[in-house]
Write a protein that binds this ligand. Structure first.
Ligand code: ADP
Ligand code: MG
Length: 262
């Protein structure tokens, strides 16, 4: 069981956004962090995997050995769910209705099972107190947690999250990432997540893909990927990286070294 990017290229307008990305692998039960500066191609890559962006015909992505490229969007949607960077925020639905609707859209079931799953989501994401409020009245961080609940309640085999903690306070960043990593493990879900915070990525992700200007800059475990030389090259920063045994590397960003071209 794995999600494998054997080859992937994508052109948008007259710009080559992703150029021959290859050899990336994401395994079930663990978080794969997708790293890279603004404009590196992270969102395009996630959308490409989900079938929401037109890829070059030579592209090849497989899920458990089954080629996903060429499969209809409806079939892909049965297996993969992409949560965009900025989920819409103005809706007259309540928090409860929005999560229930996401569940119903994806899973055909009778009885109270769905209701229980929605209740679990509300509890896990600390949303119970706002269950009857409409989405339009929520703060950015609250809305982001609802979007995560809507994604997870669908129980996709592959969950693609685009900067899912960008609007969250420190408590909710830790709480949500801990929850995501437990959920991925419990349901053997393949979870790929674009994220900017390298310390959180190092702590919660078992595996990393790092992009630079539409190319693969590195992949592997946090200890292999997050080196000072690579952070200088990819992010144009000087950073201190501390390694210790049995703990993820700790990154202290120090200075921006040069203009970050993409
Ligand atoms: P990231 O998510 O890593 O910040 P994106 O995948 O959103 O990067 O974008 C990668 C590059 O592609 C950026 O330079 C962006 O401006 C460009 N881009 C995205 N969509 C289009 C488009 N429809 N047409 C032209 N360029 C685009
Ligand atoms: Mg993006």
């Amino acid at each position: 069981m794995s999600l494998r990017i054997e080859r992937l290229s994508c052109r948008l307008g007259d710009k080559q956004i992703l150029d021959n990305i290859e050899g990336l692998l994401a395994k079930p039960g663990e978080i794969t962090a997708l790293l890279g500066p603004n404009g590196a191609g992270k969102s395009t890559l996630l959308k490409g995997i989900a079938g929401l962006e037109r890829l070059a015909p030579c592209s090849r992505i497989s899920l458990d050995g089954m080629a996903l490229t060429g499969v209809s969007p409806a079939v892909r949607a049965e297996h993969l769910y992409y949560l965009p960077q900025q989920p819409g925020s103005s809706s007259a639905l309540t928090v409860f209705e929005a999560i229930m609707l996401a569940r119903r859209t994806r899973i055909k079931e009778n009885g109270r099972q769905g209701l229980y799953r929605v209740r679990d989501m509300l509890r896990d994401l600390e949303l119970e107190e706002m269950a009857e409020r409409t989405l339009a009245t929520l703060s950015g961080g609250e809305r982001q947690r609802v979007a995560l609940a809507q994604a997870m309640v669908r129980e996709p085999r592959v969950l693609l999250l685009d900067e899912p903690t960008s609007a969250l306070d420190l408590h909710h960043q830790l709480q949500v990432l801990d929850w995501l990593s437990r959920r991925a493990q419990e349901s053997a879900m393949i979870l790929v997540m674009a994220i900017h915070d390298l310390n959180l990525a190092a702590r919660f992700a078992a595996h990393m893909w790092m992009l630079k200007a539409g190319h693969t800059a590195a992949w592997g475990g946090p200890g292999d990927v997050l080196t000072p030389a690579r952070l200088r090259d990819v992010y144009a920063i000087e950073a201190q990286v501390e390694w210790s045994e049995n703990a993820p590397p700790r990154i202290t960003p120090l200075t921006a070294t040069r203009r970050l071209g993409i």
